[in-house]
Design a protein around this ligand. Structure first.
Ligand SMILES: Cc1cc2nc3c(=O)[nH]c(=O)nc-3n(C[C@H](O)[C@H](O)[C@H](O)COP(=O)(O)OP(=O)(O)OC[C@H]3O[C@@H](n4cnc5c(N)ncnc54)[C@H](O)[C@@H]3O)c2cc1C
Length: 280
């Protein structure tokens, strides 16, 4: 569920309207999902909306009208520098409310706009990592935290990246999890993943038989936000890109080049010699 599609005022500075206008609709939809016993995950959108999503999730998790339903969830973006810190918070909410939560781990679809927004606003830093290996590594760190939070959190790994798929299977050993892919994408990768599990009798790596949920976006109206373009998925079909490059290990990449991207300056310094006007 993309909350910005439910209300055009789903913004941090419109919190009062969010509770009056958006929350009742969200609750009604969650009650319908609970009644039908289907999953209901709040999508991850721009970093500025994260705190608001957490507040809405907390309120929903504590709603008596949702009974013992275990389908409520939130998507978490590994590219956000706050990602790892979110997991104990979500596990704490699940424990406290008595409602197991689902967590879909993604890398994050709005990277360019997050960088641009931080620059335009002259912010002190970026809310997201600035190198791809840092995001890939963060994904693995969050994956580990999620597995440790079992059974309070049920983990859903959404990726089309070969290394991420293989590494999360290894991290999740003996823990029930699922993978998610987008409809029409990643078929070759997931077919190869299933063949590997069968051939290596590696079923312990993914209890549930390597369950994969196929995610099919449905929207009403004419507006659709940026579609994710997973670079690794495209490389998989490119004969000139060696498998070692497609499935490169992010730990060695970050060790080889730690820190932020050398060409993405802090918003303050983005003009070189001249300070960003917010800092003058
Ligand atoms: C089932 C499913 C559900 C999804 N739901 C959501 C959702 O709710 N919210 C959402 O935001 N996205 C969602 N996505 C998209 C997701 O966040 C990724 O954009 C997409 O899956 C690509 O990541 P990857 O691991 O598949 O591929 P990869 O090619 O391994 O990763 C690409 C990702 O790496 C990151 N990246 C790229 N360059 C840099 C850089 N220079 N610095 C830092 N990070 C960088 C970006 O996050 C980019 O999307 C979903 C994806 C799937 C498959």
């Amino acid at each position: 569920m993309k909350l910005s599609a439910l209300s055009p005022r789903y913004e941090a500075i419109q919190e009062t309207r969010v509770w009056i206008e958006l929350y009742p609709r969200l609750k009604r939809l969650a009650e319908m999902a609970a009644k039908a016993d289907i999953n209901f995950t709040i999508d991850a959108e721009e970093a500025d909306r994260l705190v608001l999503s957490l507040k809405l999730l907390e309120q929903l998790a504590r709603e008596p009208s949702l009974g013992t339903w275990r389908g409520l969830g939130l998507a978490v973006q590994a590219y956000q520098t706050r990602a790892v810190a979110l997991i104990p918070l979500l596990a704490g909410l699940a424990k406290d409310s008595g409602r197991r939560l689902m967590v879909r781990l993604v890398k994050g679809a709005y990277w360019d706009s997050e960088i641009k927004r931080a620059q335009v606003g002259g912010r002190a830093g970026h809310p997201v990592f600035t190198t791809k290996p840092a995001t890939d590594l963060s994904y693995l760190a969050v994956a580990r935290a999620l597995i440790e939070a079992h059974p309070y959190l049920y983990t859903q790994f959404a990726t089309h990246n070969a290394h991420t798929l293989a590494a999360t299977r290894a991290i999740a050993v003996n823990t029930p999890i699922e993978h998610q892919r987008l409809h029409g994408m990643g078929e070759t990768l997931y077919a190869a993943g299933h063949r590997h599990v069968r051939a290596a009798d590696a079923s312990h790596l993914c209890p549930g038989g390597g369950r994969t949920r196929i995610f099919c976006p449905i929207w009403c109206g004419g507006y659709w936000k940026t579609a994710p373009t997973p670079a690794s998925c495209i490389c998989l079909l490119d004969d000139d890109t060696p498998p070692e490059a497609v499935a490169a290990d992010p730990i060695s990449q970050v060790e080889a080049q730690p820190g932020p991207h050398p060409r993405i300056r802090l918003p303050r310094d983005m003009y070189g010699d001249r300070l960003n006007s917010f800092w003058r």
